[in-house]
Design a binder for this molecule. Structure first.
Ligand code: ATP
Ligand code: MG
Length: 158
């Protein structure tokens, strides 16, 4: 269905912002001030963003900021979620999208989860003709980037 991603992402962040977390966290929004239309399965995209944001929260330190950014470059919408958490060793960054792969099994087990979230996210994003990848520095934080094709605007489209 046709969705204004700006509005859609705001409402997802709103929901996360209302929750209480073990750490003191803040959410920073760097979202456009106008609509950007994408063709997405809303439920699936909610699941993807829910997992990415939950991961950012799980691995954030007390006082951490989670930055949610959207910008448009050409025909693609870029969505980035950046945390200031533990980060991921560079030799494992690409593996986090593998099924059941988890960095540091002991730590991850304590924090819960199955290691499926990002594998499912990649499947869903690719089904939307987009891409998803991670950048990370150990000890400094992680950012997850998602790209999605923007719908071309027809004349008369609201
Ligand atoms: P699930 O999502 O199924 O509940 P999970 O969160 O462990 O479990 P994924 O979301 O697929 O699984 O993430 C895989 C692994 O990647 C995590 O276990 C963690 O080791 C690492 N990871 C993911 N996001 C981050 C992040 N923001 N910071 C640090 N490590 C991360
Ligand atoms: Mg997860």
């Amino acid at each position: 269905e046709r969705v204004d991603f700006t509005d859609f992402f705001h409402s997802i962040i709103d929901r996360f912002e209302m929750n209480k977390y073990e750490q003191d966290l803040s959410f920073e929004r760097q979202l456009p001030d106008k609509p950007h239309w994408v063709w997405i399965d809303k439920d699936k995209m909610t699941q993807v963003l829910y997992n990415v944001l939950s991961n950012a929260i799980k691995y954030s330190p007390d006082g951490g900021t989670i930055t949610c950014k959207v910008d448009v470059k050409g025909k693609m919408l870029n969505v980035t979620v950046t945390d200031q958490g533990v980060g991921i060793p560079s030799d494992q960054v690409d593996r986090i999208f593998d099924r059941f792969y988890r960095v540091d099994k002991a730590r991850s087990r304590k924090l819960g989860g199955t290691g499926l979230g990002l594998a499912i996210a990649r499947e869903m994003i690719e089904a939307h003709d987009g891409k998803i990848w991670a950048n990370s520095k150990e000890g400094q934080g992680t950012s997850i980037t998602i790209t999605l094709p923007v719908m071309h605007q027809k004349r008369g489209d609201a």
